[in-house]
Write a protein of this length. Structure first.
Length: 204
């Protein structure tokens, strides 16, 4: 795509790097910004730059945060002895949208996948185990994508905490096996959380 301005070309190229954004969509977004007032366009750019520079990750659960501890972990109205284990921050957002979970989260940062070169040491698993021990967690709810990698991760963590008096559950199979959690509709995801099952009925 050849454009009459190198500045426009560069902006389109940057937008096109975003997931799910092709060059035509990138051009449409850039042209939209071009129509905006200069101040609004600057605010847009500054918001992105400030987000990238200043955003933090919660020292407790690894969710995104404005401070050292995220708003969920610091909320005294939430059940602090319940941890929902998820793969990514996108999954936290998806579950929070259902308003069915009153506990806290722990973002693993991925799932065990030997074929992709991802092992337990590359994930936030040891910090999870230490947290369960320190906080005397009563329930650990696994909300991982229902596929082989997710099952492997659940099995590994289950073995690591087998000696701890913690109830282990997982979201019900309302989420299709092989599906992606972030693409599930709110009703299906809410029902899966509400009807969670003991993990021994889930992992063979």
């Amino acid at each position: 795509m050849q454009l009459p301005s190198s500045l426009l070309q560069n902006a389109v190229a940057e937008f096109a790097k975003l997931p799910g954004i092709g060059k035509k969509t990138a051009l449409r977004l850039v042209l939209h910004l071009l129509k905006q007032d200069v101040t609004e366009a600057k605010q847009f750019g500054e918001a992105i730059a400030r987000m990238r520079e200043e955003i933090k990750f919660c020292q407790r659960c690894f969710n995104v945060s404005d401070g050292d501890i995220c708003s969920i972990c610091s909320n005294s109205l939430r059940n602090q002895r319940m941890i929902c284990v998820v793969e990514t921050i996108r999954d936290v957002i998806a579950i929070e949208t259902t308003q069915q979970l009153n506990g806290t989260y722990h973002v693993l940062g991925g799932i065990i996948s030997p074929l992709d070169g991802i092992g337990p040491d590359q994930l936030n698993i040891e910090t999870l185990v230490a947290r369960i021990q320190k906080e005397e967690t009563e329930e650990l709810l696994f909300a991982l994508n229902p596929n082989i990698q997710g099952d492997t991760t659940i099995y590994y963590i289950q073995k690591k905490i087998a000696h701890l008096p913690c109830r282990i559950t997982t979201i019900a199979r309302g989420i299709a096996f092989g599906g992606e959690l972030e693409y599930a509709d709110e009703m299906t995801l809410a029902r899966s959380i509400a009807n969670r099952l003991p993990v021994q009925q889930y992992v063979k």
